[in-house]
Design a protein around this ligand. Structure first.
Ligand SMILES: NC(=O)C1=CN([C@@H]2O[C@H](COP(=O)(O)OP(=O)(O)OC[C@H]3O[C@@H](n4cnc5c(N)ncnc54)[C@H](OP(=O)(O)O)[C@@H]3O)[C@@H](O)[C@H]2O)C=CC1
Ligand SMILES: O=CC(=O)O
Length: 320
C-alpha cells in the first residue's frame, strides 16, 4: 500500500509519471496556471510528505499549511525562491539539481553570446521580413568572438563551463570575478581574477553566472555598463534580479552598452510591455538555460532520487 504523498508541479516524462504513481500517492500539476490550481495545490500540500517541482512561490505561510512536509526537491540548481531558513527551522530538507544541468546551461550562455555578437536575431527577422533583397551593408555587421576577452561574473560550475568553451573552443582570454579565488581554473584556462569594474572595463564579452542572493541582488547596473568597450556584449544566464533591469534597458537604449543576450529577467515571463521586447540590440530567450530533453530528464531523475532518499531516512544526494 502506498503511504507517502508526493506533490509535483513540473512537466515530467511519461515513464516517470508512471513510476511515481506506482510509488506514491501522486498529485501532479504540470504548472499552476490560475487561482483554482493554486488552491488545489495548497490543499494537496496539506497532506504532502514531499514536494518536487520548480517555479512555485514558496512562502512560510505555505510551509505552515504543510505540516507533514519532509523534503522539497527543486528541479533547478538556483534556490533563491525558497525560504531556506524557515525550511531549516522546520527540519524540511531542500534539494536542488546541480551538475546535471551545467553543460546545457553553459551552451545557452554561449548561444546568447554568439547570437548577440553576430546579431543573429536581427538577421533572422530581416530574412523573414523579406528585407534581404541585396547583400548586407556594414550597418549589419557583427563582431568577432574568437580571440576576444571573456569576463565571467561568478566562476562556479556554469561559469567555468562557459569559460572553457571560450578558452578551448574560441581561443578567448578569460577574466573572472568570484567570491573565492579559483587557482586551479586560473592554471587550466589562464584565467585572471579581477574586480568587477576591471572585468567590465577589460572584457569584450561579459557573462553573469552568479547565484541570486542578498549580496548579488542588484549587483550590476549603469556604473558597470558605462565602463564597457564600444562593442561589448553582456550576457545574463543567472537570475534577472542580479542586474538592475531598468538601468540595463536605459543603457541599451542610449548606446552606453552595445548589446545584450538575456535568458533571465526581473519578472518572468517577460512582460509584453517590456522595452526589451523590441530593442534590436537585445537578444531575449525565455529562460531556456537547461531546457533540453536530456538535461531536464536528468534533473527530474535527480530530484526524484533525492525525494526517495530523504523519505527513506537517508541523506539527500544534493542537499542545499
Ligand atoms: N538560465 C538558466 O536556466 C539557469 C540559471 N542558473 C543560475 O546559475 C546560477 C549558478 O549555478 P552554478 O554555476 O551551478 O552555481 P555554483 O554554486 O557552482 O557557482 C556560483 C559561483 O558564484 C560565486 N558567488 C556566489 N556568491 C557570490 C558573490 N556574492 N560574489 C561573487 N561570487 C559569488 C560562487 O563563489 P564560491 O565558489 O566562492 O562559492 C561560485 O563560484 C544558479 O544559482 C542559477 O541562478 C542555473 C541553471 C540554469
Ligand atoms: O534557472 C534554472 C536553475 O536551474 O536554477
Amino acid at each position: 500500500m502506498k503511504t507517502q504523498n508526493l506533490v509535483v508541479v513540473h512537466e515530467l516524462y511519461p515513464a516517470l509519471v508512471e513510476a511515481l504513481s506506482d510509488a506514491f500517492n501522486l498529485t501532479h500539476f504540470t504548472r499552476l496556471v490560475d487561482d483554482q490550481d493554486r488552491a488545489a495545490f495548497e490543499e494537496a500540500m496539506a497532506q504532502a510528505d514531499a514536494y518536487l517541482g520548480s517555479n512555485v512561490a514558496f512562502t512560510e505561510a505555505l510551509l505552515d499549511k504543510a505540516p507533514r512536509l519532509r523534503v522539497v526537491a527543486s528541479v533547478s540548481v538556483g534556490v533563491d525562491s525558497y525560504p531556506i531558513e524557515a525550511m531549516r527551522e522546520r527540519g524540511i530538507v531542500l534539494t536542488n539539481t546541480p551538475d546535471v544541468l551545467t553543460e546545457s546551461t553553459a551552451d545557452t550562455g554561449f548561444l546568447l553570446l554568439m547570437m548577440a555578437a553576430r546579431r543573429a536575431g536581427e538577421m533572422l527577422r530581416k530574412v523573414r521580413g523579406h528585407e534581404w533583397t541585396a547583400s548586407l551593408s556594414r550597418e549589419d555587421f557583427g563582431v568577432d568572438v574568437h580571440g576576444k576577452t571573456l569576463g565571467i561574473v561568478g566562476l562556479g560550475r556554469i561559469g567555468q563551463a562557459v569559460a572553457r568553451r571560450g578558452h578551448d573552443g574560441f581561443g578567448m582570454s578569460v577574466n573572472y570575478t568570484n567570491r573565492s579565488a579559483k587557482p586551479e581554473v586560473e592554471d587550466a584556462l589562464e584565467a585572471r581574477r579581477v574586480d568587477l569594474e576591471t572585468l567590465f572595463r577589460e572584457s569584450d564579452f561579459i557573462c553573469v553566472t552568479v547565484p541570486l542572493s542578498a549580496e548579488t541582488e542588484g549587483l550590476i547596473g549603469r556604473e558597470h555598463f558605462a565602463l564597457t568597450r564600444p562593442h561589448a556584449v553582456f550576457v545574463n544566464i543567472s537570475r534577472g534580479k542580479v542586474v538592475r533591469e531598468d538601468e540595463l534597458v536605459a543603457c541599451l537604449q542610449d548606446g552606453t552598452l552595445h548589446c545584450a543576450g538575456l535568458d533571465v529577467y526581473e519578472r518572468e515571463p517577460l512582460s509584453t510591455a517590456s522595452p526589451l521586447m523590441t530593442l534590436d540590440n537585445a537578444v531575449c530567450l525565455p529562460h531556456i538555460g537547461s531546457s533540453t530533453f536530456q538535461t531536464r530528464n536528468a534533473m527530474c531523475d535527480l530530484a526524484v532520487d533525492n525525494v526517495k532518499r530523504v523519505l527513506a531516512g537517508e541523506g539527500a544526494i544534493t542537499a542545499v
